[in-house]
Design a protein. Sequence first.
Length: 247
Amino acid sequence: MTNAVRLLKAFSSTNLEWGVTDLARHLELSKSTVHRLLATLAEEGMLEQNAETGRYRLGLVMFDLAAAVPTQLDLHEAVLSPMSDLRNKTGETVQVAVLDGREVVYIERLDSPNTLRMFLEIGRRNEANVSGTGKALMAFAPRDQLERILDGWTLTGRTEHSIVSMTELRAELDRTRRRGYAENRHESEIGVVSVAAPIRDGGGRVVAAMSVAGPADRVDPVRQGLARATMETAALASRRLGYRGAA
């Protein structure tokens, strides 16, 4: 039983298929043992053999089992502990938002312990183009969803730093995708800076974004490592929701 479990765990996003010899070497088992285990698991539908290469991959039964696992930590439950760790690590306000049309809605918030803090209400809305969470959610949305959002949108700003050009917004979303996080520098409020990263569910769909926000004289996303910390924490929340893809 232990060897069968070890064998199944050898399959991953970076090792989608295994041949008998390579798998035996990886598990440090004899080829005959591995072949027997593979044959048994294939009979049960947990593995299947590629007819062209002879290599083995996960079968439909495994996907059925995966679908039965609760993804299932509710979003609120999945984000609260990582949010608390990020707030304690950065000393700044941490919030989580979801996309509603062309707006973001803030569903969770943990305030900074600093005297000068961001006072943001849960349930508050903001235009997606002027917020870090909004740009993160749009940048990592499926292409057809993004195009529906952008089509016919007359952008409005909150400050002189807000992005109100569609060409500029598309370029900013491209930058966000490349680096893995979004920034908001004085775009929704003068003197406020934030950095945000996407949160994915078990199927890989971006369902929310997490951000760290604070006064500009205290927050520098790159120099202070806030961008990396936010991405790592959002990735942790994603794993709690069942996401197993690349961070």
